[in-house]
Design a protein around this ligand. Structure first.
Ligand SMILES: [Zn+2]
Length: 142
């Protein structure tokens, strides 16, 4: 969540938090449609003349809502905490991958909060799933 981006925006490939199909909202031709979305109001970087022309024809959305400074601060803090938890379990994920030759699951002590951390690994794709029993702590789905 950041300044200049609607707080309902989760990406162009899915409906927003208000249920709008962003491609339908934009309408018109496919070329440059990503530059015409109403969800982002601060341009990132330099644009070519053609890109600028699409940008200048951005559509509007009745539900565009700028996040408050408090929401941005809370989001950033949540993201930072999430990244710290990920960094804390990264060695554990690596070890599980090294040790598991087939489908496996187990429990271990959560490196973040010491509670029970359940995990499993798929022999099909080698992806690890992990969830701490503490609400809001580690949750990994590769
Ligand atoms: Zn935990």
């Amino acid at each position: 969540m950041k300044r200049g981006t609607c707080k309902h925006f989760y990406g162009c490939d899915k409906p927003c938090g208000k249920g709008h199909d962003i491609r339908e909202v934009v309408g018109e031709e496919d070329t440059g449609w990503l530059l015409r979305i109403p969800c982002i109001t601060i341009a990132a970087g330099n644009m070519s003349g053609s890109q600028r022309s699409h940008w200048n024809r951005r559509v509007s959305c009745v539900d565009y809502t700028e996040p408050t400074e408090a929401e941005i601060t809370e989001f950033d803090a949540d993201m930072e905490a999430h990244l710290k938890r990920l960094a804390a379990v990264k060695p554990l994920i690596k070890k599980i991958k090294e040790d598991a030759a087939e489908d496996a699951m187990g429990e271990t002590k959560c490196p973040v909060c010491d509670n029970t951390l359940r995990w499993s690994i798929s022999s099909f794709n080698g992806h690890v799933w992990m969830k701490c029993s503490t609400q809001g702590c580690v949750s990994v789905v590769e």
